[in-house]
Design a protein around this ligand. Structure first.
Ligand SMILES: [Zn+2]
Ligand SMILES: [Zn+2]
Length: 254
């Protein structure tokens, strides 16, 4: 199995040293992972220590190490996204929508956006950004595609058509979807994406990766019992993998 979206530096919690990377790899190994990808937030790009990454990859061969980055998708910031998305020899680039009108939707201390917007309209604006991120062609992987549910603000109208439109765009784009267990640790207490949205992706042949979005070593592959059951129940039998921005695949049972 793989964990393709996680943070060692996280939010400036620790430096990217060989020891800190190996602490994550140890947990990855103990939880049966074959591959682990480090994907820092783009705003910590300067703190990514490529030499430490390469040394850890050499030293610790029980789990294959990959390098990615999580780009914060903001319409209008194409120059910044292109610069950050090509700054290092990444194996893959994740594009994640965290913002509507440049305001974060997932910050526990700044939830004003949910007061300002009518929830249905906010969801519409969020999924519009998700479709744009997918169709932009900048990213191999679409991060946590329904993050907007994080604090359990739900629209009072059915959003099925909105999700179908988003699944169509994702399928058309050829992007791979991040099945991200971090939602289990948030108020929503479920995986991103929801079963409903994941079923829409599966019907359209959209490939997936699995991740924990760990921000600490003990979170590596956390929640995978639930993720694996979900993706298997929906009908997935393999995950996508990446090396040097080339896609491969791995059986779910591997
Ligand atoms: Zn994210
Ligand atoms: Zn993340």
């Amino acid at each position: 199995m793989i964990d393709y979206h996680l943070h060692v530096i996280a939010h400036g919690d620790r430096p990217m040293t060989v020891e800190n990377i190996i602490a994550y790899l140890e947990v990855a190994k103990s939880r049966g992972l074959r591959q682990m990808g480090i994907t820092e937030h783009d705003r910590y790009l300067e703190e990514i220590d490529l030499a430490a990454f390469q040394e850890a990859r050499e030293k610790y061969q029980d789990v294959e190490l990959r390098l990615g980055i999580e780009i914060d998708f903001v319409p209008g910031a194409e120059e910044r996204m292109d610069r950050d998305g090509s700054a290092l020899p990444y194996d893959y680039v994740i594009g994640s929508v965290h913002r509507v009108d440049n305001e974060e939707v997932d910050h526990p201390d700044h939830q004003d956006i949910y007061e300002k917007w009518e929830t249905y309209d906010l969801y519409e604006a969020y999924y519009k950004n998700v479709r744009e991120a997918a169709l932009s062609g900048r990213f191999e992987i679409l991060g946590h595609p329904d993050l907007i549910k994080i604090f359990r603000h739900f629209p009072d109208r059915d959003i099925t058509p909105m999700l179908e439109e988003t699944a169509d765009a994702v399928a058309e784009s050829g992007i791979v979807v991040d099945v991200n267990a971090a939602g289990l640790r948030k108020p929503i207490a479920e995986i991103y994406p929801s079963r409903q949205l994941l079923e829409m992706f599966h019907r359209r042949g959209v490939p997936i990766i699995l991740s924990s979005d760990a921000h600490a070593p003990d979170q590596v592959a956390l929640g995978y019992d639930k993720s694996l059951k979900l993706v298997h129940d929906v009908g997935y039998r393999e995950v996508a993998t990446f090396k040097d921005r080339e896609r491969g695949n791995l059986s779910l049972s591997a």
